[in-house]
Design a protein around this ligand. Sequence first.
Ligand SMILES: Nc1nc2c(ncn2[C@@H]2O[C@H](COP(=O)(O)OP(=O)(O)OP(=O)(O)O)[C@@H](O)[C@H]2O)c(=O)[nH]1
Ligand SMILES: [Mg+2]
Length: 287
Amino acid sequence: MPAYNRADTVGATVTALRTVHDVLDVIVVDDGSADHTAAAAAAAGARVVEFARNRGKGAAVAAGVVASGAPEAYLLIDADVGDSASLAGELLEPVAQGQADMAVAVLGPPSRPSGFGFVKAFAAHVVRAQTGLTLAEPLSGQRAVRGSLLRSVELAGRFGLEIGLTLDAAARGATISEIEVAFSHMPSGRDVRGISHRARIGRDVYRAVVSRIGGPRTLVHMVASLGSRVRVRGRRLRAVRLPSLRHAASRLPLARWRRRASRLSAGLPKRLRSLRGPRRRQPSDES
Ligand SMILES: Nc1nc2c(ncn2[C@@H]2O[C@H](COP(=O)(O)OP(=O)(O)OP(=O)(O)O)[C@@H](O)[C@H]2O)c(=O)[nH]1
Ligand SMILES: [Mg+2]
């Protein structure tokens, strides 16, 4: 459990996780918090790894993996999930049963308006284009991952963690599935703090994608995903796909337009004459 300035919720999250059957050890990585996150986590019974300064979510999870030994599976749970972390067994099940190598939790609707969805749409687009997978929550931090899989990938930095893990796992042929779990969390809102938090997430996701598929392809995905988010007078402009363009072209009444154009051009000299009006007398007409 990566935790940064989460003294308010980390204790409840640890306590709830420890009630989950099959959870043998709860490791909290305190990412250089300025509050009492580490003490709260330890008081609730977690093993705590402390960073002296903030190094980001990816580095925090990587440190947790190093501290873990070699368990069969990992649960990655954000520190703001609180009591609802007791539902984590549902997330572990598909991995424990061998149905998935990574199970990604789809959370219930947010308690307040959160981001605008641009980064999520971009991440979903990249995952779909690169792996063929359609994920509703490509950036969800709540995941169960097969131990050998998580230990075999180099985790992306900061908030690039989730998209990097998804792309790397898919590249290794892992089975990834999404599962609805009624975890609650505390999403940042649409205030200045929330927007700058989202901007940081966007930057980290972009970096993780660029380092995996290269800059040009990343830009193409970014533009395409933007198209799917832009709204004109309340209607969403979907990314235009080539087959639909061809279909639209085949339905154009080209023959009718051609007939009309030739009728128009045939009648043009007469129209021009009528536009010019009756011819005026010229001085040369006198002579
Ligand atoms: N903000 C932040 N969180 C970190 C950092 N390192 C670890 N974390 C933890 O990573 C988890 C996810 O962070 P959140 O800030 O909740 O990000 P999020 O859930 O993706 O975004 P929201 O929907 O705004 O909550 C939490 O458990 C954090 O405590 C860091 O450097 N910054
Ligand atoms: Mg959160």
